[in-house]
Design a protein around this ligand. Sequence first.
Ligand code: MF3
Ligand code: CO
Ligand code: CO
Length: 249
Amino acid sequence: MRAAGQAAASVLNMIGEHVQPGVSTGQLDETCHRYIVDELQCIPAPLNYSPSRHQPPFPNATCISVNQVVCHGIPSKRKILRKGDIVNIDITVIKDGFHGDTSKMFLVGKPRAFAQKLVGVTQECLYRGIRAVRPGARLGDVGHTIQIHAEAHGYSVVQEYVGHGIGRKFHDAPTVFHFGLPNTGEKLIEGMAFTIEPMINLGTRHTRVLGDKWTVVTLDRKLSAQWEHTILVTADGFEVLTKRDDETI
Ligand code: MF3
Ligand code: CO
Ligand code: CO
């Protein structure tokens, strides 16, 4: 799980310099896909991922979600990044049978102050959720911490999409809600691995899925941000399996 996590993290490090005005999300996906397969010798887990019979298999190696897209954005040659965009790139790789799942926000040019603030507060929501992880704590403590921080800034927490247990399976138990009440939910035990991946909206928490059956957008088309890490519960707290070198959590 450590090796899978670090492989996924390395893709986000690699792609940063490519996120520029004028580049398409399809090109970014292709660059990540090549790197995952050729350099890392890993499998991109989203490609052809088929979680339900109500959705077609996911068509790409990565999810790239721009501005009002909450998650599961489908990369496209026709979607060109512009100055001021905020972009989530979500990477999941399979290494030796284990999954590492992580995403971060990228700024294209210099987005407006309110957009940059949403991105920063959402990252802090993730970090506060992570810091609530230790044996004996409960998943409701994690969700509550995230919700309180988001709502303190007037933002809303998406409820329809959640963090998840992860390991040999991409999406496993438990369900990790990004909202909730302290002292509720499953108790954390050393050795559990799961993702925390809050999606925080500037306006309404409500979402809709586009006709492609994947792309999730905010109902009011206002901005949404997301950051994700894969976390291990350790004897004395947590280990961030997908941590990048530039991060202190
Ligand atoms: N990486 C996403 C997550 O964090 C899942 C993407 S599913 C896909 O759970 F099929 F869209 F790739
Ligand atoms: Co995930
Ligand atoms: Co992900």
